[in-house]
Design a protein around this ligand. Sequence first.
Ligand code: PHE
Length: 450
Amino acid sequence: MEKTSIHGMWSSRTAFILAATGSAVGLGNIWRFPYMTSDNGGGAFVLIYLACIAVVGLPILMSEILLGRYGRESPVNTLIGAVRDSRASRGWVGIGWIGIVAGVLILSFYSVVAGWTLHYSWLYLKQLFGGAGITDPAATFGALLASPLELSLWHALFMVLTVGVVALGVEKGLERAVRFLMPALFILLLVLVIYGATTGHLGQAATFLFNPDWSRVDGNTFLRAMGQAFFSLSLGMCTMMTYGAYLPKDISIPKVGVTVALADTGVALLAGLAIFPIVISFGLDPQGGGPGLIFTSLPLAFNAMPLGIFYGLLFFALLSVAAWTSSISLLEPATAYLVERGRMSRKRAASCVAGLCWLLGLASVLSLNHWSHIQLFGRDIMSFIELIANDLMLPLGGLLIALFTGWALRETVLRDQLTGMPQGLFTTWRWLLRIIAPVLVLAVLVSAVL
Ligand code: PHE
């Protein structure tokens, strides 16, 4: 009989695609991608990011799903089983632990930023009912960052929402949340791109996004672009492994992998094409926008466009939902592990991990105001956590996953999970994992550290 997961199973291929896309598409695409592009020089960053998705991201995405479905347990236990079956070293289990630590670190600041989107949804909702508008977006954003109390409350609310879904479990919680909301977000982004086109600056924005200026590129650009690729695809911290554990056996991993990667990349590019025409048409500098980019630029457009308040509300509400479907996937690996240890209910486990993330998140909250003078390697605490977790731990986790799948796992396991994959593709995939992806990731990590 086919092995199933004690945590539940996705009801169909579509359910998995929605959940995995829900995990991948989030603040990474709509908040982080535009501002990373803005801070790292535009086109060259985007091209390196796209190359990383294709050559490193997609093969590792497939490995994670494969490993998960093979083990059908939380990442740590899946790896323990895989190591036993393949007589590999116990050291590989460390991949699962890197995943848990990275997940906790990422969720700690992710929830803070998601709190910003909740706050903006609230502002637009109030405005819809006659409240004051966002007349000076930079000032509004500045006021939010200056208030630790408000930041921590929105951060708390978002964490509670996340725990709620994870506590409900796979079918009831995760699946239901993504079914309608992801397509809605996609349509809204299209509306914004169309609006951007009417400003007459779509061409300029496209040039900024796709025309590489290689003089702006250094080792750091590669690190940030690669980190962004991992972050955006939810790779390197065993999220996709965890979701793969709930994937029925008859579904093709390459097909779902490609679908998720295309959807995720599509949304990021769409977000870029939506935001930069607006930035340019309002005379803002597309370079160096920083983490506030979408919060300071988009309200300008919502103020100017017909039905703007309504669109503003819809945009930030849907962005909150996109963040929500990602944050549940950040919480799920550690939760599933605690449940498997047998001493905690799902609800209890999710609450404990989320509580820890919330507390840690307070450091990010304070780094935006009272602790803004504290600098670690030239960054505030929040950007430092972001750098360590996204740009270093995720690629490192991904590198180890590639090596483990490529070299340590028995070939019969791979074949069994990838039945029907044409031989040529299988071989290409395996060599990407064995040599090409590891060498590229290592080169980028080493050059950045040096
Ligand atoms: N991919 C998510 C986003 O783009 C973030 C994420 C990273 C989720 C890692 C899970 C794991 O917002």
